[in-house]
Ligand binder design. Structure first.
Ligand code: FPP
Length: 230
């Protein structure tokens, strides 16, 4: 969700105004996503590296997150959307952890749609944690080195019970992954758009999904192998 800062700067506003407008974009994008039949969406809301930002901005982002959760939990329940997180939640401020826990508990029973918030998340750290847990399981005799595989290892990732992303969208003209779901995105399609996140709305998401639909996902096969046999 890149470009909040630039959106604000272009208008002579403080960066936090861009983030505030970014939250409004989140709301529109979620509504559109469910309308389009998308069943799971992951928002990279705060990376493990974002702590390096000025303390004032980090504090404002945490405040916005808390405000968003307080405001949106009832809507998540009404729309039967399960809330999940990835990332080290235990390092977030207590007040954010509390509202997160409430929202997660209130929506835990829903199965149709999932909103995943990546908070204090970094893919390399996730993989290192998973490797440590996997090694410990080998030592404890719960896993066997001889049968080590992606399927076995991926159960130790935070996303063990979540499907891999089909489409990854990055806004604001940046064309990096920035430590987002590195292994899970191995076969994802990417859409990079110059639109700044606060301006990313219904039309932009619909266009990105249409672009995704035009792509041929071969997963290593040839086009001919994918063609339906008549
Ligand atoms: C990147 O734009 C954006 C972020 C680091 C924060 C995203 C957070 C929100 C939209 C609000 C909180 C999230 C939720 C789910 C309520 P940037 O600041 O790097 O923009 P710039 O590249 O233009 O400076």
């Amino acid at each position: 969700m890149d470009g909040n800062g630039r959106w604000a700067r272009q208008r002579g506003l403080p960066r936090i105004e861009g983030h505030r407008q970014g939250v409004e974009a989140v709301r529109t994008v979620l509504e559109t996503a469910w309308e389009l039949g998308i069943r799971q969406i992951t928002l990279y809301a705060f990376s493990a590296e974002n702590w390096k930002r000025p303390a004032e901005e980090v504090g404002a982002l945490m405040g916005l997150l808390e405000w968003f959760l307080k405001r949106e939990t009832a809507r998540l329940v009404a729309n039967r959307i399960r809330l999940r997180t990835i990332g080290r939640i235990e390092e977030l401020p207590d007040s954010v952890q509390r509202v997160l826990a409430e929202a997660i508990t209130a929506t835990a029973g829903f199965t149709e749609h999932t909103l995943v918030l990546a908070l204090n998340y970094g893919a390399r750290r996730e993989v290192a944690d998973a490797a440590r847990a996997y090694a410990a399981a080998v030592v404890a005799g719960h896993e066997r080195l001889e049968t080590a595989s992606w399927d076995a290892f991926s159960r130790y990732l935070e996303t063990a019970d979540l499907p891999d992303p089909d489409l990854v969208i990055r806004t604001s003209g940046e064309t990096r992954l920035s430590n987002f779901l590195l292994l899970q995105s191995a076969y994802a399609e990417f859409v990079f758009t110059p639109v700044l996140w606060p301006d990313f709305g219904k039309a932009e998401l619909t266009a990105a999904v249409a672009e995704y639909a035009r792509r041929e996902r071969r997963f290593g096969k040839t086009s001919e192998q994918l063609a339906p046999t008549t």
